[in-house]
Design a protein around this ligand. Structure first.
Ligand code: NA7
Length: 545
């Protein structure tokens, strides 16, 4: 006996929680399935030492309920994983959302049944369910990238992926630990692992640009100031910012219009120093030409390179840790004592940029002809971002077409939310949306509000299905690609452009136009009667409902 719902939601991260809240409020019967044992998504799975948000807590939080944002008290400027987990648990319980959620249940497949115009969803407990709508809140950085390093299975100690960290504390004391990768996760974990381990060996393929996070207890007066003016603050974050946050030195700072190459060296340095001192991602709010002009970008890149060199004692190690590609085009990393960790006697850095790790042996890692003995290995090797969570599921649309086939040449969506041939299938915070370069909680709120409007429109107009038109999907891909090509993003290998996963298309994965412009696109769709979509009114004639 299949249970029927109006909507099935997949994933109880930040987007899934709001999806349950919002769609329930619209009167839909819903069911959410989540593989983990509780809510939180990224903040549920990423329990590695040092896991912490790098957008200020006051800004990295829901805006949908003023009561909620007034009630919740953040204890740190940048909340750690445990506090973020508590926050998402709190939101879930405050709005009584858990009763529509089923945990420890992974969705294995979803198939569109053309006869009834319903999705049939199979779950890991052997059950199947039917729903008119599928809302995929599966996360943009949730499908761990496990590198295919020869011999990995032969390693006799434990192997941890930062994105699948055990719930119990992992004790590295007295151990020789190997960390593979030097992205945000590794940079957060390395100082804490080094403080505990007997020896830490870091295997680095590409150095990143890391800048000090400057986390500390939340200043009470700041929390109070933002709460007194939250609506105005939120508006600025959403529609007048580059990444969904505006705080620099605890003040909302507008985007700059002046160009780096139009000011003196002194003026430029003073601005960079100011942002550097503010901490975290403030260096994103600088002269706009750093995003599009290599010479302008070099001024900021060199400023940060100098800072890196100054933090590392050994010049050879400093040189290995200093990147030489454009800054900001790969996610800027916010660190706490990262570079200083390489000044410790129990930490060594192994450069694997010219030659990949040869093999993992039962006792450690073999690279550059040498074996580095390890008792534990940490894979901080990132994610199959934006698409992995969906392509690892068996999703079948109209005509038996698999999503993996639809995306074989390149991952395509219209407006970062819907695909041609996949009716009533909404994708949140994923490919073709601003999520990866924006505060993702806001993107999910905006997208889910639109999904709600869309469902109401279908009901009000006796329509049953909506799906993207193929030509609209192509045009959106071109729009994303056009904006991307106007920047320096394509010059750098990063997960923004799919470069970390072999064979993944680099095209049109992210939308760089900003939230105000993004919102304009999808509200225009609504206002013009959904011209980029095909709406149909019913089930196939003669089919059993
Ligand atoms: P990232 O940023 O994708 O970093 C992954 C790291 O792992 C990066 O240094 C990679 O080097 C390295 N990597 C990946 N595969 C390999 C193999 N096969 N061998 C050696 N090194 C490898 O993931 P994170 O989890 O750190 O951060 C994800 C996001 O979370 C981050 O951007 C923030 O938004 C928060 P590469 O650079 O590809 O040469």
């Amino acid at each position: 006996m299949q249970q029927r719902y109006d909507a099935i939601i997949v994933g109880a991260g930040m987007a899934g929680i709001y999806a349950v809240y919002h769609l329930r409020k619209l009167g839909l019967s819903i069911k959410l399935f989540e593989a983990g044992s509780s809510v939180g998504g990224t903040w549920y799975w990423n329990r590695y030492p040092g896991a912490r948000v790098d957008i200020e807590s006051m800004e990295y939080s829901y805006a949908f309920s003023d009561e909620l944002q007034q009630e919740w008290q953040w204890s740190e400027r940048y909340a750690g994983q445990a506090e973020l987990s508590r926050y998402f648990e709190f939101v879930t319980d405050r709005f009584d959302l858990r009763r529509d959620m089923q945990f420890n249940t992974r969705v294995s497949s979803a198939r569109f049944d053309e006869d009834t115009a319903e999705w049939i969803v199979h779950t890991s407990d052997g059950a199947s369910h039917r729903a008119r709508y599928c809302v995929m809140t599966t996360g943009l950085l949730s499908a761990p990238n496990k590198p295919e390093i020869p011999g990995l299975e032969s390693f006799k100690g434990p192997v941890y992926h930062t994105g699948l960290w055990p719930k119990e504390k992992v004790d590295f004391s007295g151990q020789r630990v190997g960390v593979i990768g030097t992205g945000s996760s590794a940079v957060q974990a390395i100082p804490l692992i080094a403080a505990e381990a007997r020896h830490l060996t870091v295997f680095q393929r590409t150095p990143g640009y890391a800048v000090p996070l400057r986390n500390h207890p939340m200043p009470a007066e700041y929390q109070h100031k933002v709460k007194a003016n939250y609506a105005e603050w939120r508006h600025k974050e959403r529609y007048e910012s580059f990444g969904g946050w505006v705080s620099v030195h605890y003040e909302p700072v507008p985007l700059m219009t002046q160009m780096a190459l139009d000011v003196s060296d002194e003026e430029r340095r003073a601005l960079y120093e100011d942002r550097w001192q503010s901490g975290g991602l403030a260096l994103y709010n600088v002269y706009p030409d750093v995003y599009v002009n290599r010479e302008a970008n070099d001024t900021l890149a060199e400023f940060v390179r100098e800072k890196i060199r100054a933090r590392v004692n050994d010049p050879a190690t400093a040189a290995l840790l200093t990147p030489n590609f454009p800054i900001l085009m790969k996610r800027l990393i916010a660190d706490t004592n990262y570079y200083e960790t390489y000044n410790r006697d129990n930490v060594s850095l192994v450069d694997i940029s010219k030659q990949a790790i040869e093999t993992i042996t039962p006792n450690g890692v073999k690279a550059n002809g040498q074996e580095y003995e390890c008792d534990s290995l940490v894979l901080a090797t990132g994610y199959d971002a934006m698409t992995g969570a969906l392509t690892r599921m068996d999703i079948t649309g109209r005509g038996g077409v698999k999503l993996t086939d639809h995306w074989a040449q390149r991952a395509r969506t219209y407006l970062g939310m819907m695909c041609a041939g996949f009716p009533n299938f909404f994708i949140i915070d994923a490919v073709g949306s601003p999520s990866v370069v924006f505060q993702p909680i806001f993107v999910s709120e905006e997208q889910l509000n639109w999904v709600g409007e869309c469902i109401q429109h279908l009901d009000a107009n006796q329509q049953r299905t909506i799906e993207a038109r193929a030509e609209a999907e192509d045009a959106w891909g071109e729009e994303c690609e056009r904006a991307l090509q106007a920047t320096l993003f394509p010059t750098t290998n990063s997960w923004y452009v799919g470069a970390n996963i072999e064979g993944k298309s680099h095209k049109g994965l992210i939308y760089l136009g900003g939230m105000a412009e993004y919102r304009r696109w999808f509200h225009e769709e609504t206002a013009r009667g959904y011209p980029g979509f095909v709406l149909t009114s019913g089930v196939r004639e003669g089919a059993a409902a």
